[in-house]
Design a protein around this ligand. Structure first.
Ligand SMILES: [Zn+2]
Ligand SMILES: [Zn+2]
Length: 258
């Protein structure tokens, strides 16, 4: 299956998992497989710097700047200023990924909330969208998002259809689906995808992680997104190319790509 016009709305090509073949993938394999745009989501300050370097080198790559909830400990005192500086780059189109992740470090809840809300405030001040990472923290996250009403995307959405209905009341919030939706036990994201309006959905790999079936235990790259598109197409009863076209339009709109 060959699809065109793919926007992988969440990838990590600065990750060391791509050290062996990064250039080959970005130079050749991705463009040859229909990847037209990709957003490199930032995790730490060094990772954001490296993602920016890649966006400078490859026209179809964009980047974001933010501190991921798993990396909130031992931040430098000027971390927020560093994020602000990173957003001055022309192809930096979002603050992210930011959010709450209680799976690994439930003891850091307070610190995570503080780093998250500071970055939501920065996004509002700079009028940038946010890339949201929420894991095992949906209750707290919904409360914070309802308060801030950010423009942005819930990356790798794994909440229920009920929660999605609640979050749809935030006018410019999108929901992105990853390879997780191809897994047998992916009941919740499947139910959520069924009820979302077409103009609020996106697609992503989160590569090198979250590899879709049938490659689940291999490293993921953006070319594998076609399996996620295929599964989303089945769930919504449209073609995989239609999934790709709709999600590309939505991502371009959110990240202000003309
Ligand atoms: Zn994430
Ligand atoms: Zn990610």
């Amino acid at each position: 299956m060959v699809l065109q016009n793919i926007f992988d709305s969440h990838a990590h090509y600065a990750d060391s998992g791509f050290d062996a073949d990064r250039e080959e993938l970005l130079e050749k394999i991705l463009p040859e497989n229909g990847i037209k745009y990709s957003m490199l989501a930032g995790i730490t300050i060094p990772d954001c710097v490296e993602s920016q370097r890649l966006a400078e080198k490859y026209e179809y790559l964009y980047c974001s700047a933010g501190i991921h909830p798993e990396h909130v400990k031992d931040l430098p005192a000027d971390w927020l200023d560093r994020i602000r500086e990173l957003t001055e780059y022309e192809k930096c189109r979002a603050i992210g990924e930011i959010g709450l992740d209680y799976y690994w470090h439930p003891e850091e809840k307070m610190l995570q909330k503080k780093v998250f809300t500071r970055q939501l405030e920065l996004a509002r001040e700079l009028d940038l969208p946010v890339i949201l990472h929420i894991r095992d923290a949906m209750g707290d996250a919904v409360e914070i998002l309802q308060y801030y009403q950010p423009r942005g995307v819930m990356h790798c959405y794994n909440g229920s259809a009920e929660t999605a209905k609640e979050l749809l009341k935030i006018p410019d919030l999108y929901f992105s689906f990853s390879g997780v939706i191809t897994y047998k036990n992916a009941r919740k994201p499947v139910e959520a995808l069924k009820i979302l309006p077409p103009d609020r959905i996106m697609i992503e790999t989160d590569c090198p992680w979250l590899t879709p079936e049938p490659f689940r235990h291999k490293r993921c790259d953006s070319t594998m997104i076609i399996h996620t598109a295929q599964r989303m197409a089945e769930i919504r009863n449209i073609s995989a190319q239609e999934v790709i076209d709709i999600t590309c339009e939505n991502a371009k709109k959110l990240f202000h790509i003309l």
